[in-house]
Design a protein around this ligand. Structure first.
Ligand code: ATP
Length: 372
């Protein structure tokens, strides 16, 4: 029996997670997978009522669970960033979910490319370091010193900058950092992932010809791990990767990408596979608590209208099943999604006429009719 924390959150998060939970229940009915789900009231409504984002009590209750199934947060009544920083980013940091897994799959006919070649790229984005650490500041003639403090699960770091310029101008900086332990665990995860998928290589995306220090360091760690695991390592510069994803996406399997570039490439990937309504993602800590969510946000413009495409949430549930050790059940969810696309039983964003819950019903009945 798996214990799941279910956080529907805001807007369409509530609608798609309701479908996703039904779908998990259908999967439980036809297989040995079994779960109980506890709903956590974390999101904008509670914040507006009580001022609470992610409380210490939430964290200690969540720690008791096997995984988190998350909808979306975001509310036009609240300043952008408050909920994202206070809930989503905090959760990823507290539970040290250092891998962001985002598959990019050719869901024909949704792929906006001229060639119909199947592809299945699995992006592993490092989630805790690089240029997204919030490690930055400003300095100028009157204040030449700048301090940066970083707190991570693995380390605390104090950096002092004594900066003097010849022209007395003001400057701003943002530091990108990689730690050896951080890159090692990232590389370990990537090579193990490739091994499990049967991929012959790991593609490492960077910009080591310009950011030589940070990405040269990363390459040296990945090279050593490539030898250790006996799996090839391929390098791609991020700009070349953006082009290659359009002209030859079928040539990639497991792709490791640092935080900042990963943010951009995975959004390109989302469009390649048919848009926000088709993307599931996992924030993973292999030994700890992982969280699975659709890549889209709360979409307040369509919330409460039955227009939300639940497929991204269903694909997130598939990833949850895979991670919990139920890949066959995960495949059934995926087949159910394929069935809906083939039968044109989709929401308006994919050209269909169905409501969110109607797509959900179709997916559930496909699962229930699947032979054990
Ligand atoms: P947030 O700031 O929380 O990310 P947002 O509205 O800025 O929210 P998204 O929610 O990711 O960004 O979505 C952008 C737009 O894409 C939405 O306004 C909506 O029209 C569309 N969209 C997103 N997800 C879905 C979905 N599951 N089904 C249908 N349309 C969607």
């Amino acid at each position: 029996m798996k214990h799941l924390a279910i956080i529907p959150g805001d807007g369409i998060g509530k609608e798609v997670i309701s479908v996703g939970t039904d779908v998990l229940e259908a999967a439980a009915q036809i297989s040995s997978f079994d779960f109980d789900g506890e709903i956590f009231d974390i999101g904008s409504d509670r914040y507006l009522e009580t001022g609470e984002l992610l409380t210490d009590e939430d964290v200690s209750e969540l720690r008791k669970k096997d995984a988190v199934y998350f909808g979306a947060i975001g509310d036009p009544r609240i300043k952008p960033g408050v909920l994202e920083q206070g809930i989503l980013l905090r959760m990823r940091a507290v539970f040290d979910q250092y891998i962001n897994l985002r598959p990019v799959t050719s869901w024909f006919p949704l792929v906006p490319l001229k060639r119909e070649v199947p592809f299945d790229i699995h992006f592993l984005r490092e989630n805790t370091e690089d240029f997204y650490m919030g490690a930055g500041g400003t300095f100028g003639a009157s204040s030449p010193e700048a301090k940066v403090k970083i707190e991570r699960e693995m380390y605390k770091l104090d950096i002092k900058l004594d900066a003097r310029s010849s022209n007395g101008d003001d400057f701003a900086f943002e530091i990108g950092l990689l730690s050896r332990k951080g890159v090692e665990r990232f590389a370990d995860y990537a090579f193990r992932y490739a091994e499990a998928r049967g991929d012959k290589k790991v593609t490492l995306v960077d910009k080591a010809n310009v950011c030589t220090h940070i990405y040269g360091f990363q390459r040296s760690v990945f090279e050593a791990k490539s030898k250790e695991y006996g799996i090839d390592l391929e390098y791609m510069f991020v700009d070349a990767m953006a082009m290659a994803m359009i002209v030859r996406p079928e040539t990639f399997g497991t792709v490791a990408v640092p935080n900042l570039f990963g943010d951009i490439l995975t959004d390109l990937g989302a469009q390649l596979q048919g848009g926000l309504g088709m993307g599931g993602s996992g924030n993973i800590n292999p030994g700890g608590l992982s969280m699975f969510e659709p890549i889209h946000g709360s979409a307040p413009d369509i919330a409460g209208q039955g227009k939300a495409n639940p497929i991204a949430a269903v694909l997130a549930a598939q990833m949850l099943l895979n991670e919990m050790g139920y890949p066959d059940e995960g495949d059934i969810l995926r087949n159910a999604v394929r069935h809906c696309l083939d039968a044109h039983m989709t929401t308006p964003d994919l050209g269909g006429k169905l409501r969110t819950e109607e797509v959900g019903k179709e997916i559930c009945s496909f699962i229930l009719n699947t032979k054990r």
